[in-house]
Design a protein around this ligand. Sequence first.
Ligand code: SF4
Ligand code: FE
Length: 489
Amino acid sequence: MALKTAQQYIDSLRELKSDVWLFGERIENFVDHPVIRPSINSIALTYKMAHEPEYEDLATTTSSLTGEKINRFTSLFMSVDDLVKKVKLQRIMGQRTGCCFQRCVGMDAINAMYNTTFEIDETHGTEYHKRFREWLKYIQQNDLCVQGAMTDVKGDRALRPSEQPDPDMFVHVVERRADGIVIRGAKAHQTGSVNSHEMLIMPTLTMRPGDEDYSVCCAIQSDSPGIHFIYGRQSCDKRKLEEGDIDVGNCQFGGQEALTVLDDVFVPWERVFMCGEVDFSGMVVERFASYHRQSYGGCKPGIGDVLVGATATMTDYSNVAKASHVRDKIAEMNHLIETLHACGLAASTQGTKTKAGNFLPDILLANVCKMNVTRYPYELCRIAEDLAGGALVTIPSECDLRSPEIGKYVEKYFKGANNVSAEERLRMLSLINSMTFGLSAPSYRTESMHGAGSPQAQKVMIERQSQMESKKKMARKLAGIDEREKLTD
Ligand code: SF4
Ligand code: FE
């Protein structure tokens, strides 16, 4: 079964025996939990789109491993065109969910591991790449959802992994057996972890000699013994437990982050793709980060499209849409959104082929893309809050709107221009509220800041990739300090 439907995906989650905790309680049925379900719906849409004829070209592709039709979220990017299509697909997914749809992390991790394992084998004579290909075929053939698990909890940030007073601050190998390894530690704020069938564990930073036990990449099933998910709180998450749907805003879709505890998890050797090769830990981090920073040029403009649409609708509701300053601000929002997308597309079109055969986006442009994402969504939210008005944070609840006693006042005093009902205004304000303040968590803002690495990580990569010596040389030549270019013989 190469292409699951949305329903098959949701049903497949019911078969997992995952250990999920929320609000201090173990959740037996996480699939139908009202706080968790919107995040499952977001991933379900990645399965649904694969069956929509209109999006066949974006949402599906032909596997380079099996020749079968597969979901793009399990694919290897075998050309620049594949990189471009990923970003275009993510923009549409962002438009349809208005939030993080989680499945890209695994797709990006798959691609980073594919080419890194190839190069580890080339240097060390290991067989990680062959193992990885076999595992990936299984993922593609069963259309599984994979989570990329990179971010360690890190403990004392000034100390190396092997120097930490508590050795579990970074995921590490605690036992090597004839049949496999045992790993321990925790991965922080893992996107879509509960909703995935599999996890790809990767190191969080470049390791050095002495950190061998921490240089580990492997695949584990998300309901393996020893894994505990502690679900991340989201702003106003308990509104999802209330009756009605207005106060939640985006109640159909949501994101998901969880602390993923790995308490002595056994991994058979055929699922181990790096074990002790400190010299390649930096490569997998840099490549995964580049793929995912390119991805932000897809999802974040897509979510921005919803936000500008909601903001413009609010200006229609109050009949100020034609005012010149309003049109100017809406144009500014669209300018920011398209700039984000342009960066994602540019990083894709400048992609190059790796030794393993799959393509990597331009590392500098991918980091520039993500650096812009740490800034522009803040400006988008600022303008949205400006134009939506203070009611964004002062509207009465749905219960007040429905109240037989005072509902009439909410109806009367919150109605918009041209007979727009109070309910429509409350719904649109709640949507903006949920997107900007984080109810459809993680918030558009904070996720843009820290997802795929905090801004300083991009600055470091931009610094490394900017070829400053050659730029200084350009200046020295034109200033006449170095020999000027000869135009004639
Ligand atoms: Fe995909 Fe964006 Fe979520 Fe990352 S932040 S998983 S790119 S939707
Ligand atoms: Fe993210």
